[in-house]
Design a protein around this ligand. Structure first.
Ligand code: NDP
Length: 444
């Protein structure tokens, strides 16, 4: 049996109750086959893949807090520190009822390669809780965040592990978490990113993931003698990544036709009204029905459905496994040119294969949404030098990083005779640096 198959079997047997983690490891190791096979004996001897697929550490803890009715609630908190061979652990905190060990491990594993691809010195981690901030008062969110941090602070630090936002963790949550960290440790340091501008945050961090996604999409199209200008774009999600992807795509001359949330979706033939969307989602935290109420020309549908809309470019920006084989078939039937992932693993393995077989350009999340973590690393740099850069400085560094990521994943695919396969390219380019660092540092 090949080394890759051996490790895949071991990972499936050991983690049988964690389908998302198995899915992520399978996707990565399958595409690393050509690289692994070239050095099979050496990597097997070093147990490289066993070490790569086992987190350095996983902490799971109780998070008790009191709700507005005086009742005690108990949630579960997680932090996985997956791999720190190229820098301190770095990755977001997800607050969503679906969070469990397998989801956190899949996200932490993906983060290792993503962070490597940015070219910056950051290792991979991830965390979160099954707490749902939706519908909670500010006081309840603060009570949860305070309790969460009273445990998490023992494991993190500016040079050791630097968490950030993710689904359900925005500026408000990061603020409460930071306040409690400071109180517990007495240290004012860059231990979290995505901070507010008044206390160490970076300009352009809020926009970074969405903007970065659009920069790399435009780079991809330019490499194929095309561009985003004049294109029709379909976006899923209506959160941080989706909103700023819509903003940048619109600025570059595309028309964005859709957005969605966990209850329904909007089709706006005039192009999504960004100011209205920000008001509904960022300011008032309302459902998308509020968008429809203020924009009668738009159509609102319950459930999922954005992938049935004819478009040139699709940008899934909501959550994992939101674009399945049937969705991929609709996109191909409608002659989509490119699918670039703003969310983490939004496309199922079958859908990814189908899109690739049908010559749709496909950039996986670990490359396409790396602009967020890259800008978080720029926030860390600014915190270390006690300086703040201008929006333009950060945005131009972000643009440069995304252009480089595109070049690196494209070149890696060409080196292994898979030109245009950006999944293989991203996994190989991300893996090479981590592999070199792990082997150089010996067994630990
Ligand atoms: P937000 O919480 O700001 O927004 C998430 C959006 O997706 C919301 O519109 C939400 O709807 C929708 N959504 C969440 N879960 C589901 C679900 N199960 N079914 C349907 N819709 C859902 O998160 P972000 O925009 O920050 O993150 C989106 C994705 O991008 C995630 O996969 C995240 O891991 C990834 N990502 C984020 C980065 C960042 O910098 N923020 C960086 C890199 C990746 P509703 O409003 O109803 O909750």
């Amino acid at each position: 049996m090949s080394y890759v198959d051996e490790v895949l079997r071991r990972v499936s047997d050991k983690n049988y109750s964690e389908p998302e983690f198995i899915q992520a490891v399978t996707e990565v190791l399958e595409s690393l086959r050509p690289v692994i096979e070239k050095h099979e004996d050496k990597y097997r001897k070093e147990a490289l893949l066993e070490r790569l697929t086992e987190p350095d550490r996983l902490v799971k803890f109780k998070v008790p807090w009191v709700d507005d009715n005086g009742n005690i609630q108990v949630n579960t908190g997680y932090r996985v520190q997956f791999n720190n061979s190229i820098g301190p652990y770095k990755g977001g905190l997800r607050l969503h009822p679906s969070v469990n060990t397998g989801i956190i491990k899949f996200l932490g594993f993906e983060q290792v390669f993503k962070n490597s691809l940015t070219g910056l010195p950051i290792g991979g981690g991830k965390g979160g809780s099954d707490f749902d901030p939706k519908g909670k008062s500010d006081r309840e969110v603060m009570a949860f965040c305070n309790s969460f941090m009273t445990e998490l602070y023992k494991y993190i630090g500016a040079d050791c592990d630097v968490p950030a936002g993710d689904i359900g963790t925005g500026a408000r949550e990061i603020g409460y978490l930071y306040g409690m960290y400071k109180k517990l440790t007495g240290r004012y340091e860059g231990v979290l990113t995505g901070k507010g501008l008044s206390y160490g945050g970076s300009l352009a961090r809020k926009e970074a993931t969405g903007y970065g996604l659009v920069y790399i999409t435009d780079e991809l199209l330019k490499d194929h003698n095309d561009s985003l200008k004049g294109k029709e774009v379909v976006v899923s999600g209506a959160g941080n990544v989706a909103i700023y992807a819509i903003e940048k795509a619109t600025q570059l001359g595309a028309k964005v036709l859709t957005c969605s949330d966990s209850t329904g979706w909007i089709y706006d033939p005039d192009g999504i009204d960004l100011e209205l969307l920000k008001e509904v989602k960022e300011e008032k935290r309302e459902r998308l029905t509020a968008y429809k109420a203020k924009k009668p020309n738009a159509e609102y549908y319950e459930g999922k459905g954005v992938w049935s809309v004819k478009c040139d470019v699709a940008l899934p920006c909501a959550t994992q496994n939101e674009l399945d084989l049937d969705d991929a078939k609709m996109l191909v039937e409608n002659h989509v040119l490119a699918v670039c992932e703003g969310a983490n693993m939004p496309t199922t393995l079958e859908a990814t294969e189908y899109l690739k077989e049908n010559n749709v350009y496909f950039i996986p999340g670990k490359a396409a949404n790396a602009g967020g973590v890259a800008t978080s690393a720029l926030e860390m740099s600014q915190n270390s030098e006690r300086l703040s850069w201008t929006f333009e400085e950060v945005d131009s560094k972000l643009h440069g990083i995304m252009t480089n990521i595109y070049k690196n994943i494209s070149d890696a695919a060409i080196r292994y005779d898979c030109e245009g396969d950006y999944v293989v390219g991203a996994n190989i380019a991300g893996f090479e640096k981590v592999c070199d660092a792990m082997l150089s540092q010996g067994l630990y």
